[in-house]
Design a protein around this ligand. Structure first.
Ligand SMILES: [Zn+2]
Length: 261
């Protein structure tokens, strides 16, 4: 089996004690690469120190909606900060493969106008840098789709941890956005999202752990880990009536295409 974890917060403290042991187990399962998202400006430096030290690890530059409230700069400055950071990485090992993660989250207290401004600035950075975007969207599909249609980042991106209807999935796919499948579909109660992932084109799917978050069904309360990614491929294979290897191979191909790996 070949695997790419398209979304893993492997730089988080939860992996400080055993990061390289976990990675070795992932490699033994067939994992070829992992994308580690940016979440806040102060995190970018340590993130790229980490990805530059390990073959197969890639980073993205962005500000996650949960960290927008602590942003002390204007949207135009945020766009410039991202462009400067990416330029620095391009001049070095060139392991920056996306802008993000960025987006909108209606479940948090951060004011939506600040979230919208920060998201739009990051979409503009993706446009000027010609990079794909890693999008976090919680209960805000209409607003996210509206902004994607207005800014049109040319390399598209991924709606990470996608949850929603087939109709919404089709809107994203038409805009050049892949759908990230992760822990959510391990829960039988996620019937709508499971139905969507059963019928969308295989060419639109990425696999992701979102570790250490998004524990799978049966592992609630535990640290999620990229080494459990094959379980997501197995669920998808069962839903779609094809082999795990076929799912994993196509998702790997999709991730390579999107992130230009
Ligand atoms: Zn994330």
């Amino acid at each position: 089996m070949t695997l790419i974890d398209s979304h893993c917060h492997f730089d988080f403290e939860a992996f400080a004690a055993d990061r390289h042991e976990v990675w070795q187990r992932c490699v033994a399962l067939g994992m070829q690469a992992m994308i580690i998202p940016g979440i806040s400006i102060p995190q970018w430096r340590s993130l790229f120190a980490l990805v530059n030290a390990q073959t197969g690890w890639y980073g993205a530059v962005g500000v996650h909606p949960w960290w927008v409230a602590e942003l002390a700069i204007e949207p135009a400055q945020l766009q410039r900060a991202i462009e400067e950071r990416v330029a620095r990485e391009r001049a070095g090992n060139n392991r920056c493969v996306a802008v993000g993660e960025c987006g909108l989250d209606a479940n948090i207290d951060a004011p939506m106008d600040a979230q919208l401004a920060a998201f739009e600035a990051q979409l503009r950075a993706a446009r000027s840098l010609d990079l794909p975007v890693i999008v976090h969207c919680v209960r805000a599909h209409n607003e996210v789709i509206r902004l994607l249609k207005s800014v049109r980042p040319p390399q598209g991106g991924v709606i990470h941890a996608f949850s929603g209807s087939r109709e919404t999935a089709d809107e994203y796919w038409k805009l050049g956005f892949y759908l990230g499948a992760g822990g959510t579909i391990t829960y039988p109660r996620a019937a709508k999202t499971r139905a969507t992932f059963t019928s969308v084109p295989l060419e639109s799917l990425l696999l992701e752990s979102d570790a250490p978050d998004m524990p799978h069904a049966g592992r609630q309360g535990e640290r999620n880990s990229p080494e459990y990614l094959p379980a997501v491929a197995e669920i998808l294979a069962g839903l779609r009536g094809i082999s795990v290897d076929e799912i994993a191979a196509q998702a790997t191909k999709n991730a390579r295409a999107l992130f230009n790996l």
